[in-house]
Design a protein around this ligand. Structure first.
Ligand SMILES: *[C@@H]1O[C@H](CO)[C@@H](O)[C@H](O)[C@H]1NC(C)=O
Ligand SMILES: *[C@@H]1O[C@H](CO)[C@@H](O)[C@H](O)[C@H]1NC(C)=O
Ligand SMILES: *[C@@H]1O[C@H](CO)[C@@H](O)[C@H](O)[C@H]1NC(C)=O
Length: 331
């Protein structure tokens, strides 16, 4: 019994020692963003210089481990297994061993890229107008390639399994109002916004039950320029009115002016005939207009009417003529 206990104690001590000796390498984990799958590991703080690492991987369900050629006898603490784990419908394991300090293989947990990869923030392009903003969302790219060798986005991958949505939270800096929008298209417009106003917000992608990291944006809507257009239209309208009024007045003036001499002549003719009927000389006008003056358009006014003629108003002249005549006839 005593001997058994001693043996047991010896085994435990040996066990502890073995554990301690193999612990120069700590856990190995996959660290994955946008399907860039990197196996990383940690070591004890005091590993001997010159320690190197070997990496192997295998698909879940396979028996044999495969060596990652680029990750043999390496000194860095990570290994890029993106290509080896690119089948996103599969699960994988990775393992690492240190040489230089005592260690056995340290294996990762089962890694399922589609469930575990961190989906980075999308790129957001925005084109502001005065009352709306157009958004164009670009999902993150992955190292994976499609059949046509085109680089796949996370959306290309998840849309094989279900719907992909784009979520937008937008916040009006002036009114402090916030609202959300859920879009199925990468390109969409948010309308009914205030002009010349700053908006901030976040955009993220919902892929199956997962969501991407949010992208934040700040955008300012354009100042509303439609009032300038209204002003221009109003100005043009006013200019048109002024022009029309000027044209009308000029037309009236020209028409009146050409009508005036006729009015004058008829007044003079009335005067002279009135004078003649009373056998009165009409201030010498009788001579020039006798027997009845006929308007000669080639005669200037001064020729027709040698006395200084008041230019305006013509009607007054006519009255003056009549008054003159009446005055004379009373003599
Ligand atoms: C990925 O894995 C699935 C299921 O094991 C298999 O049917 C498919 O052919 C694999 N795709 C590639 C590109 O190897
Ligand atoms: C990992 O490998 C993938 C595929 O070869 C490559 O696109 C990516 O840039 C690599 N990442 C790093 C950090 O080296
Ligand atoms: C916008 O900015 C305000 C601070 O000005 C912040 O409280 C709010 O969370 C931001 N909104 C979004 C959707 O990022």
């Amino acid at each position: 019994m005593k001997g058994f206990l001693i043996v047991l104690a010896g085994v435990s001590v040996l066990g502890v020692v073995t554990t301690e000796r193999s612990s120069c390498l700590k856990r190995a984990v996959f660290s994955s963003t946008n399907f860039e799958n990197i196996l990383t590991w940690e070591t004890e703080a005091d590993i001997p210089p010159g320690t190197v690492f070997d990496v192997q991987y295998k698909q879940y369900g396979e028996k044999s481990w495969l060596s990652k050629q680029e990750c043999q006898s390496i000194t860095q603490l990570f290994c890029n297994l993106s290509r080896e784990t690119e089948n996103f419908t599969e699960h994988f394991y990775g393992r690492v061993r240190a040489r230089g300090c005592s260690s056995s293989w340290v294996r990762s947990e089962r890694f399922e890229p589609r469930k575990e990869t961190i989906i980075g923030p999308p790129q957001v392009e925005h084109v502001p107008q005065s009352r709306s903003i157009r958004f164009l969302i670009r999902p993150p790219l992955t190292p994976l390639r499609g059949e046509d060798q085109q680089q796949l986005t996370v959306e290309d991958i998840y849309s094989k399994f279900g719907a992909v949505d784009y979520h937008l939270i937008i916040f009006n800096q002036r009114t402090q109002q916030q609202w959300t929008k859920n879009e199925h298209n990468k390109e969409f417009e948010v309308s009914n916004l205030d002009p010349d106003t700053e908006y901030n917000g976040t955009v993220y992608i919902c892929l199956l039950q997962r969501r991407s990291k949010p992208q934040v944006f700040w955008v300012k809507t354009l100042a509303d320029k439609t009032w300038i257009l209204y002003c221009l239209v109003a100005l043009a309208f006013c200019a048109g009115l002024v022009f029309a009024a000027t044209a009308y007045v000029s037309y009236k003036y020209i028409k009146q002016r050409s009508a005036q001499p006729r009015a004058l002549v008829s007044a003079l003719s009335h005067c002279s005939s009135a004078c003649r009927s009373q056998n009165q000389p009409c201030l010498g006008l009788e001579a020039s207009f006798s027997p009845c003056p006929v308007w000669d358009p080639h005669l200037s006014l001064s020729q027709v009417f040698p006395a200084p003629v008041p230019a305006w108003p013509w009607a007054l002249l006519g009255m003056q003529g009549q008054g003159l005549c009446q005055g004379l006839s009373t003599l």
